[in-house]
Design a binder for this molecule. Structure first.
Ligand code: HEM
Length: 149
């Protein structure tokens, strides 16, 4: 149905732009000095990231099955699988930052003078940057996918 397809497309776009904004916010925050306030903010933003990512998956699956093209269009489309692989890579790269944000939040709650060790900070920043780079490949694959190029 055309209205379902339109609504799914609208939600899909809003959600993926939100996801990009959340990754960008995390990258900006991780650059600054990690005060207890910033650690709390990072942990909060990261929770939102998890929720938005889940919604992207649900709406994305909705588009595959309830979109106008039909699921067969996507399952035999290499760019669809490339897009899914990039999405999974972004999800895997988000695991370490999430674990660290939770751990830092716990440690800073127990000890207000807690300072994030450099060897824990640097890999988180690298993962976030890699996430953003791979995330930007997703709309490229999406554009190829819809045109069956
Ligand atoms: C499990 C995750 C996802 C699934 C299952 C999924 C699935 C889909 C589907 C079925 C379409 C419809 C294309 C059509 O009109 O035929 C679409 C379009 C699109 N998706 Fe996703 N998607 C997912 C995640 C993402 C993410 C994370 C992004 C981030 C940038 C994204 C960006 C786009 C864009 C930009 C389009 C429109 C492409 C165009 O019309 O040129 N998708 N997606």
């Amino acid at each position: 149905m055309e209205t379902t397809d339109l609504l799914l497309a609208i939600f899909h776009h809003i959600l993926v732009f939100s996801l990009a904004a959340i990754i960008a916010a995390e990258i900006v925050l991780i650059r600054s000095e990690l005060s207890p306030r910033i650690i709390g903010r990072l942990a909060g933003i990261d929770r939102a990231y998890g929720m938005v990512a889940m919604l992207v998956i649900l709406v994305g699956i909705g588009r595959v099955f309830y979109g106008l093209k039909g699921w067969e269009f996507y399952v035999y489309n290499w760019a669809f699988w490339a897009k899914m692989a990039a999405f999974v890579a972004v999800a895997l790269l988000s695991i370490l930052p999430t674990m660290r944000f939770i751990s830092w939040k716990k440690r800073v709650s127990a000890d207000a003078g807690f300072v994030v060790p450099a060897d824990e900070f640097a890999p988180v920043r690298t993962c976030l940057r890699a996430q953003m780079v791979i995330f930007m490949l997703i709309p490229i694959f999406a554009a190829i996918m819809v045109r069956n190029y």
